[in-house]
Design a binder for this molecule. Sequence first.
Ligand SMILES: [Zn+2]
Length: 722
Amino acid sequence: MFTTDTQTLATLESTFGYRSFRPLQEEIVGAIMRGQDVFVLMPTGGGKSLCYQLPALLQDGVTVVVSPLIALMKDQVDALQALGVAATYINSSLDSAESSRRQAALTRGSVKLVYVAPERLMMPGFLRLLESVPLAGFAIDEAHCISEWGHDFRPEYRELRRLRELFPTVPLAAFTATATVRVQADIKAQLGLERAACFQGSFNRPNLFYDVRDVRPKKRAYDEVAAYVRAHPGASGIIYCASRAGTEKLAGQLRLDGFNAAAYHAGLEPEERRGRQEAFSRDDVRIMVATIAFGMGIDKPDVRFVIHYDLPKSLEGYYQESGRAGRDGEPSDCILFYSYGDVIKQKRFADEKPPAERKVALWQLQQMTNWADSTACRRVALLAYFDEIFAGQDGPCCDICRSPVPEEDTTVPAQMFLSCIKRTGERFGAAYVIQVLRGSRDQRILSQGHDRLSTYGIGKERTEDDWRHLSRELIRCGYVRQDEDAFNALKVTELGRNVLFEGRSVRMVARRKTASALEPEEEHPYPDLFERLRALRKRLADERSLPPYVVFHDGTLKHLAASLPATSEQMLRIPGVGQRKLLDYGEAFLSEIAGYVRETGVQAAPLEPAIPARRPSRGGLSDTMRQTVQLFQSGQSVAAICEARRLRQTTVEEHLAVALEAGEAVEIDRLVSAEKRRAIEAVMDELGDDYLAPVRERLGEEYTYGELKVVRALRRTAVKQG
Ligand SMILES: [Zn+2]
């Protein structure tokens, strides 16, 4: 056991004000003092910066701290200077005179700690300066930024690899708050830390409650957020959204509903960003709706909730972002809204990336959805992701623990599975292992001689789906690990070996009825129609220079193809079809479907009553529609509104048509002359009003679609009222 000398303890108390170390700090400080390389995994709030700051004060020479965020550097240095430590930072925020002054101080030896960003550190001029200064060591903070497998890869960190050859005798210490086994290996390899002393703290955050909420349709997410913040009036929290526009929209909605919310994203001016962050720290703003740009710089300890409105890109990122809740150790909520649409969206983003990045992104997404889909304790699964075995805690710790799904003892099949992985040499993926267990006569198995194994065919009585579920659960719970470097070959972990050789029992939740969001949808009845709708979507998207999924998602197309809506009203009941989409694309899709029905003579199946009819309502108007309506109601003409709002006439008329159907007071006479109205009505009486194209064809060019839509809206409200 390493004993800390009295000088170290005295400095700990005199400078930092602590009488004792927190877990691991003492060992890490000791290793650094002995001049060893170290690699430290310590979760947020564990006190990792002290691990390099304290040795820096006690050692000869300068400690160079590499940190990714310029904004945070000033705070860190301010905090150290407030403790009386000779610390400084050199970065692009300083003018050249100030920068030279600080470099001179460095050369004079009057600085113990210098904070720099990686791009500054690796500049030839700065490296030359460091060669002339006695160095105590390098401390690399947020070291996971070096790995593209991490959640926060920064290419400029890559350059740090050269430190080893440039300064072969200077000890190197790498710190990270979150890293998977893969990221750890990557950090060590890249920084040349193979012989480093490694320290790992627990990733468990016992005061956080994890809650995954399935939101379908996504619209429900807003209601849940509003209900949550209403129920916790004093709590401040962060709501993460995937896009800048998303943060603005959600913050706007919340403000309209009377909540004290602000948006935060990288698109804001630096001044504005600082102002809002401060307002949040000061509780002037209660709810910060932010992109993940709002992150590393937050030191607010009493964040009571972190809500992910959109699906995070990786589980590691999720751990880090949700971990901003409850740094003060008080109970706090981490809520994740999980929707199928988000998964599809992210898959699509990933598909657009170059192959190497794509592979990483898809793998990360898979881990994320596995976790969200899991029916086992969230905490256990999250910690398993970091290879940490968690024994469980008193009281429910997540949504699953709160309403448990029945468990079953799966020790025997788990042993079969694990044993089969071992016997096939840990070289194969789940599908192969399952084939061996089920006694497949596949040529690949026979040629490997795996039909002679004792585990061959012992799992015949379980279905393939049962085995697949078991294999996923074993991975989730940390009994088995997937090796991405070896084509997802399965490896048995320490925990798995306990099951195999020490009789540890395995209990897991029964197979869920609902499919994973990433698994293929069930077959729909009219695949050829689906293809036609896809082609139509592509055409419409091309005409508007949009990606097709902006028109409709695949899920919506599948619903359309399966339920064959014949009217706008029916189409509105399809998930993914709102008023706006109906106006823009409804006719085109309805006539395509009508054509298909005519040609093939298929019968439309009744729409499931489970999908509630969405009647347009006052609340259903979008902001832009509402603006148009208000201008119109205040007496402005359509032409004036077009001018003021820079919108096309048809668009303004469409807004008013939707408002009319939603029951808003819209003076129809100001929109369509009585004469035109009569003519339109006559044609609609004859041809029906579900499709406007034939109506317009009959009436001629001087009738706009907007006018037709207004009259149709009027007819429909009249029908509803009559
Ligand atoms: Zn739990």
